[in-house]
Design a protein around this ligand. Sequence first.
Ligand SMILES: [Zn+2]
Length: 273
Amino acid sequence: MLVNLSQVLSIAEQESIAIPAFNVYNLETALGVAHAAEALYAPVIFQVYSRLFTNNLAQYLAPSILKLIEDLPVPCAFHLDHGASMAEVQKALRSGASGIMIDASKWELDENIRLTKEVVTLCSSVGVPVEGELGHVGTTKDAVQAEYTKVDEAVWYVQETGVAALAVMIGTAHGRYLQAPKLDIKRLSEIANATRIPIVLHGGSGIPDDQIRQAITSGVRKVNFGTDVCYSFLNSVRSTSEDIVGVDLFMKEPTAAVEAFAREKITLLRTKL
Ligand SMILES: [Zn+2]
Protein backbone atom coordinates (compact mmCIF):
# COMPACT_ATOMS: atom_id res chain seq x y z
CA MET A 1 0.00 0.00 0.00
CA LEU A 2 1.17 3.50 -0.76
CA VAL A 3 2.18 5.72 2.17
CA ASN A 4 4.16 8.92 2.20
CA LEU A 5 7.84 9.35 3.02
CA SER A 6 7.26 10.40 6.64
CA GLN A 7 4.89 7.51 7.28
CA VAL A 8 7.37 4.93 6.04
CA LEU A 9 10.23 6.56 7.96
CA SER A 10 8.16 6.60 11.16
CA ILE A 11 8.11 2.79 10.99
CA ALA A 12 11.90 2.88 10.88
CA GLU A 13 11.97 5.27 13.83
CA GLN A 14 9.68 3.09 15.95
CA GLU A 15 11.73 -0.01 15.26
CA SER A 16 15.17 1.70 15.30
CA ILE A 17 15.93 0.36 11.82
CA ALA A 18 16.39 1.99 8.40
CA ILE A 19 14.25 1.65 5.29
CA PRO A 20 16.13 0.90 2.07
CA ALA A 21 15.43 3.23 -0.85
CA PHE A 22 16.15 1.45 -4.12
CA ASN A 23 16.58 3.35 -7.36
CA VAL A 24 14.49 1.68 -10.06
CA TYR A 25 14.81 2.38 -13.77
CA ASN A 26 12.42 0.06 -15.54
CA LEU A 27 9.70 -2.47 -14.85
CA GLU A 28 12.16 -5.29 -14.11
CA THR A 29 14.17 -3.43 -11.46
CA ALA A 30 10.91 -2.30 -9.84
CA LEU A 31 9.57 -5.86 -9.93
CA GLY A 32 12.73 -7.21 -8.31
CA VAL A 33 12.37 -4.73 -5.44
CA ALA A 34 8.64 -5.50 -5.08
CA HIS A 35 9.28 -9.25 -4.92
CA ALA A 36 11.85 -8.73 -2.16
CA ALA A 37 9.51 -6.47 -0.16
CA GLU A 38 6.71 -8.99 -0.45
CA ALA A 39 8.85 -12.02 0.42
CA LEU A 40 10.31 -10.37 3.53
CA TYR A 41 7.16 -8.44 4.40
CA ALA A 42 9.28 -5.29 4.57
CA PRO A 43 8.47 -1.64 3.84
CA VAL A 44 10.72 -0.17 1.14
CA ILE A 45 11.05 3.05 -0.83
CA PHE A 46 10.94 2.89 -4.62
CA GLN A 47 12.83 5.90 -5.87
CA VAL A 48 13.34 7.30 -9.33
CA TYR A 49 16.29 9.48 -10.22
CA SER A 50 15.49 13.00 -11.43
CA ARG A 51 16.98 12.37 -14.90
CA LEU A 52 14.08 10.02 -15.64
CA PHE A 53 11.68 12.88 -14.91
CA THR A 54 13.76 15.31 -16.98
CA ASN A 55 13.66 13.02 -20.01
CA ASN A 56 10.00 12.08 -19.34
CA LEU A 57 10.63 8.33 -18.96
CA ALA A 58 9.29 8.43 -15.41
CA GLN A 59 5.79 9.30 -16.51
CA TYR A 60 5.58 5.85 -18.11
CA LEU A 61 7.37 4.06 -15.28
CA ALA A 62 5.42 5.68 -12.42
CA PRO A 63 2.09 3.91 -13.08
CA SER A 64 3.85 0.52 -12.87
CA ILE A 65 5.54 1.45 -9.60
CA LEU A 66 2.28 2.71 -8.11
CA LYS A 67 0.46 -0.48 -9.16
CA LEU A 68 3.22 -2.66 -7.65
CA ILE A 69 3.01 -0.68 -4.39
CA GLU A 70 -0.78 -0.87 -4.36
CA ASP A 71 -0.58 -4.66 -4.61
CA LEU A 72 2.04 -5.04 -1.84
CA PRO A 73 0.83 -5.98 1.65
CA VAL A 74 3.33 -3.61 3.31
CA PRO A 75 3.53 0.22 3.40
CA CYS A 76 5.88 1.60 0.72
CA ALA A 77 6.67 5.06 -0.65
CA PHE A 78 7.36 6.33 -4.18
CA HIS A 79 10.07 8.97 -4.05
CA LEU A 80 11.83 11.44 -6.36
CA ASP A 81 15.59 11.08 -5.94
CA HIS A 82 17.80 14.20 -6.30
CA GLY A 83 15.19 16.59 -7.68
CA ALA A 84 17.30 19.36 -9.14
CA SER A 85 14.66 21.99 -9.76
CA MET A 86 10.99 22.83 -9.39
CA ALA A 87 10.36 21.24 -12.83
CA GLU A 88 11.27 17.69 -11.69
CA VAL A 89 9.42 18.21 -8.42
CA GLN A 90 6.23 19.17 -10.24
CA LYS A 91 6.54 16.27 -12.68
CA ALA A 92 7.09 13.82 -9.80
CA LEU A 93 4.07 15.14 -7.90
CA ARG A 94 2.01 14.82 -11.03
CA SER A 95 3.22 11.22 -11.43
CA GLY A 96 1.99 10.37 -7.94
CA ALA A 97 5.20 10.56 -5.89
CA SER A 98 4.58 10.32 -2.14
CA GLY A 99 8.01 11.68 -1.24
CA ILE A 100 10.19 14.32 -2.86
CA MET A 101 13.89 14.98 -2.58
CA ILE A 102 15.13 18.41 -3.53
CA ASP A 103 18.89 18.53 -3.83
CA ALA A 104 20.10 22.12 -3.67
CA SER A 105 23.25 21.10 -1.82
CA LYS A 106 25.59 22.46 -4.49
CA TRP A 107 24.43 26.00 -3.64
CA GLU A 108 25.44 28.18 -0.71
CA LEU A 109 23.43 27.67 2.47
CA ASP A 110 21.10 30.65 1.91
CA GLU A 111 20.20 29.58 -1.63
CA ASN A 112 19.83 25.94 -0.55
CA ILE A 113 17.39 27.05 2.15
CA ARG A 114 15.48 29.32 -0.23
CA LEU A 115 14.94 26.65 -2.92
CA THR A 116 14.22 23.85 -0.41
CA LYS A 117 11.68 26.03 1.39
CA GLU A 118 9.90 26.76 -1.89
CA VAL A 119 9.65 23.01 -2.58
CA VAL A 120 8.44 22.26 0.98
CA THR A 121 5.70 24.89 0.61
CA LEU A 122 4.51 23.41 -2.69
CA CYS A 123 4.68 19.78 -1.51
CA SER A 124 3.02 20.44 1.85
CA SER A 125 0.00 21.82 0.00
CA VAL A 126 -0.52 18.30 -1.38
CA GLY A 127 0.64 16.42 1.73
CA VAL A 128 3.97 15.17 0.37
CA PRO A 129 7.00 15.24 2.72
CA VAL A 130 10.35 16.51 1.46
CA GLU A 131 13.92 15.25 1.90
CA GLY A 132 16.57 17.98 1.71
CA GLU A 133 20.34 17.72 1.45
CA LEU A 134 22.92 19.73 3.30
CA GLY A 135 26.62 19.11 2.74
CA HIS A 136 27.05 17.88 -0.81
CA VAL A 137 27.37 14.11 -1.32
CA GLY A 138 29.55 13.91 -4.44
CA THR A 139 30.62 10.98 -6.58
CA THR A 140 33.37 8.42 -6.08
CA LYS A 141 35.12 10.01 -9.10
CA ASP A 142 35.47 13.45 -7.46
CA ALA A 143 39.11 14.49 -6.98
CA VAL A 144 38.34 16.28 -3.72
CA GLN A 145 35.78 15.16 -1.18
CA ALA A 146 33.22 17.82 -0.32
CA GLU A 147 32.94 19.35 3.13
CA TYR A 148 31.05 17.39 5.73
CA THR A 149 27.67 18.62 7.03
CA LYS A 150 28.05 21.00 9.98
CA VAL A 151 25.83 20.38 13.00
CA ASP A 152 24.82 24.01 13.62
CA GLU A 153 24.04 24.57 9.93
CA ALA A 154 21.94 21.39 9.89
CA VAL A 155 19.84 22.65 12.81
CA TRP A 156 19.34 26.01 11.09
CA TYR A 157 18.54 24.39 7.73
CA VAL A 158 15.93 22.01 9.19
CA GLN A 159 14.30 24.78 11.20
CA GLU A 160 14.15 27.19 8.26
CA THR A 161 13.02 24.75 5.56
CA GLY A 162 10.70 22.36 7.41
CA VAL A 163 12.12 19.27 5.64
CA ALA A 164 10.91 15.87 6.87
CA ALA A 165 14.24 14.07 6.31
CA LEU A 166 17.82 15.22 5.90
CA ALA A 167 20.51 13.82 3.62
CA VAL A 168 23.95 14.50 5.05
CA MET A 169 27.57 14.32 3.97
CA ILE A 170 29.47 12.19 6.48
CA GLY A 171 31.90 10.44 4.14
CA THR A 172 29.80 8.62 1.54
CA ALA A 173 29.75 9.15 -2.24
CA HIS A 174 27.71 8.06 -5.25
CA GLY A 175 29.10 5.30 -7.47
CA ARG A 176 31.58 2.47 -6.94
CA TYR A 177 34.01 3.11 -4.09
CA LEU A 178 37.67 2.52 -4.92
CA GLN A 179 38.30 2.12 -1.21
CA ALA A 180 35.68 1.40 1.45
CA PRO A 181 34.47 4.70 2.92
CA LYS A 182 34.95 5.60 6.57
CA LEU A 183 31.82 7.26 7.91
CA ASP A 184 31.98 10.00 10.52
CA ILE A 185 29.60 8.32 12.98
CA LYS A 186 30.26 10.87 15.74
CA ARG A 187 29.15 13.73 13.54
CA LEU A 188 26.17 11.74 12.36
CA SER A 189 25.02 11.21 15.99
CA GLU A 190 25.44 14.89 16.71
CA ILE A 191 23.38 15.89 13.66
CA ALA A 192 20.64 13.35 14.42
CA ASN A 193 20.41 14.40 18.08
CA ALA A 194 20.41 18.10 17.29
CA THR A 195 17.91 18.03 14.37
CA ARG A 196 15.62 15.27 15.67
CA ILE A 197 14.54 14.24 12.16
CA PRO A 198 15.28 11.07 10.16
CA ILE A 199 18.74 11.16 8.57
CA VAL A 200 19.33 9.82 5.05
CA LEU A 201 22.50 8.13 3.89
CA HIS A 202 23.25 8.46 0.17
CA GLY A 203 25.79 6.27 -1.64
CA GLY A 204 24.79 3.13 0.26
CA SER A 205 26.28 0.77 -2.36
CA GLY A 206 29.60 -0.53 -1.08
CA ILE A 207 29.50 0.80 2.50
CA PRO A 208 30.73 -2.03 4.77
CA ASP A 209 27.86 -3.68 6.69
CA ASP A 210 29.21 -2.83 10.14
CA GLN A 211 29.35 0.87 9.29
CA ILE A 212 25.77 0.79 7.96
CA ARG A 213 24.64 -0.80 11.25
CA GLN A 214 26.49 1.84 13.26
CA ALA A 215 24.91 4.57 11.15
CA ILE A 216 21.43 3.15 11.87
CA THR A 217 22.16 3.03 15.60
CA SER A 218 23.15 6.71 15.31
CA GLY A 219 19.96 7.92 13.59
CA VAL A 220 20.03 6.98 9.90
CA ARG A 221 16.51 5.94 8.87
CA LYS A 222 16.81 5.78 5.05
CA VAL A 223 19.71 4.30 3.10
CA ASN A 224 19.89 4.82 -0.67
CA PHE A 225 21.03 2.09 -3.03
CA GLY A 226 21.41 3.09 -6.67
CA THR A 227 24.69 1.87 -8.14
CA ASP A 228 24.37 -1.72 -6.94
CA VAL A 229 20.78 -2.04 -8.18
CA CYS A 230 22.20 -1.19 -11.61
CA TYR A 231 25.12 -3.61 -11.30
CA SER A 232 22.98 -6.49 -10.04
CA PHE A 233 20.63 -6.01 -12.99
CA LEU A 234 23.28 -5.38 -15.67
CA ASN A 235 25.69 -8.13 -14.57
CA SER A 236 22.84 -10.59 -14.83
CA VAL A 237 21.80 -9.28 -18.27
CA ARG A 238 25.39 -9.76 -19.45
CA SER A 239 25.53 -13.33 -18.20
CA THR A 240 22.06 -14.45 -19.27
CA SER A 241 22.06 -16.94 -22.13
CA GLU A 242 21.83 -15.51 -25.63
CA ASP A 243 19.63 -18.47 -26.54
CA ILE A 244 16.70 -16.99 -24.65
CA VAL A 245 14.84 -14.83 -27.14
CA GLY A 246 11.48 -13.99 -25.52
CA VAL A 247 12.30 -10.73 -23.77
CA ASP A 248 9.99 -11.52 -20.85
CA LEU A 249 11.76 -14.87 -20.38
CA PHE A 250 15.20 -13.27 -20.77
CA MET A 251 14.35 -10.72 -18.06
CA LYS A 252 13.53 -13.36 -15.43
CA GLU A 253 17.11 -13.76 -14.23
CA PRO A 254 18.00 -10.04 -14.11
CA THR A 255 14.75 -9.42 -12.17
CA ALA A 256 15.67 -12.21 -9.75
CA ALA A 257 19.16 -10.72 -9.37
CA VAL A 258 17.68 -7.37 -8.30
CA GLU A 259 15.37 -9.21 -5.89
CA ALA A 260 18.35 -11.03 -4.33
CA PHE A 261 20.23 -7.75 -3.90
CA ALA A 262 17.19 -6.03 -2.38
CA ARG A 263 16.58 -8.93 0.03
CA GLU A 264 20.17 -8.73 1.23
CA LYS A 265 19.93 -4.98 1.96
CA ILE A 266 16.47 -5.17 3.57
CA THR A 267 17.84 -7.82 5.94
CA LEU A 268 20.97 -5.78 6.68
CA LEU A 269 18.98 -2.64 7.49
CA ARG A 270 16.71 -4.57 9.85
CA THR A 271 19.58 -6.22 11.72
CA LYS A 272 20.43 -4.42 14.93
CA LEU A 273 23.92 -4.16 16.41
ZN1 LIG B 1 22.08 10.38 -3.73
